[in-house]
Design a protein around this ligand. Structure first.
Ligand SMILES: C[S@@+](CC[C@H](N)C(=O)[O-])C[C@H]1O[C@@H](n2cnc3c(N)ncnc32)[C@H](O)[C@@H]1O
Length: 257
């Protein structure tokens, strides 16, 4: 018997534009079931009725389903490779066009700005940071983080760019904030920027079906300049990168051919 998930997906698409067909079904259902318990509801039908009548419940649904966890310098080893092996070849005199796709709370684009500040003056650094989740982008713009988000960040950056504004909470400096433009963007449906030298898309592709991922790889390839780099998360290798016009140059770093 149908559990109503197909109808639920259809209605979510109408209400929010989000196509749950592109997300792995088992993962989505697991999260959805915990939302039903949290809201004391019996089934997807009751949940959709709740969301339909209450915009904040719809936004809560999007936030919960989209999994916003992040941290500065997530997977430290990869950031070291970015610093030592990738950036020196990418940065030319006039700067570099960077996109942090699915940026969540902003830890990733702000990490990038701090790292780039080793190579360029802050006045020359611009990072585009996008996410599907409006609420999380608001949080990212505020730029206030608990100590645990900063645990992997090199001390020099913590000292230079953060202030402890209340016990255990750290605000990122305005000069770093000014380098990032936050924008709402759905990787599955919205047009991609062009002319990028570096794209980070980490810890979101794991939620998508293979078909959805293939489309995204092609779109990233188009968004990059020749020789540009795509930096993926630690569990998100592209199996046959050449099929998407990429070459693997180091684990999780792909160069546009
Ligand atoms: C786990 S976070 C990743 C944050 C950061 N990139 C990192 O690696 O720490 C996943 C993010 O993907 C976003 N997301 C999910 N589906 C998306 C979509 N279709 N388009 C854009 N962002 C999406 C979520 O809102 C969430 O903020």
């Amino acid at each position: 018997m149908s559990d109503g998930y197909d109808l639920f997906k259809k209605q979510i698409k109408q209400l929010s534009g989000i196509n749950l067909d592109s997300y792995k079904e088992n993962q989505m259902k697991r999260r959805l079931d915990s939302l039903l318990v949290r809201n004391k509801l019996r089934d997807y039908h009751e949940y959709i009725s709740l969301i339909k009548g209450d915009r904040t419940k719809l936004e809560e649904f999007i936030s919960f389903m989209t999994i916003n966890v992040s941290e500065f310098w997530r997977n430290t080893e990869q950031w070291e490779i970015l610093d030592k092996s990738i950036l020196p070849g990418l940065i030319k005199g006039e700067g570099i066009k960077v996109w942090s796709a699915a940026c969540a709370t902003g830890d990733e684009p702000y990490s990038l700005v701090m790292l780039l500040s080793k190579y360029l003056p802050l006045s020359k650094i611009r990072v585009l940071a996008t996410d599907i989740d409006k609420q999380i982008l608001q949080k990212a713009k505020e730029g206030i983080y608990p100590a645990k988000s900063l645990k992997g960040l090199p001390q020099e950056f913590k000292v230079s760019f953060f202030t402890e504004t209340s016990p255990g909470m750290f605000s990122i400096s305005d000069e770093v904030k000014r380098c990032v433009t936050f924008r709402e963007h759905n990787l599955l449906t919205d047009p991609y920027p062009i002319g990028c030298d570096l794209i980070l898309c980490r810890n979101v592709l794991i939620y998508f079906t293979n078909e959805a991922k293939e489309g995204i790889y092609f779109n990233f390839n188009k968004a990059l300049n020749k020789g540009g780099i795509l930096f993926l998360g630690n569990t998100e290798q592209i199996l046959y990168p050449q099929e998407y016009n990429f070459t693997l140059i180091s684990s999780f770093f792909y160069k546009k051919q």
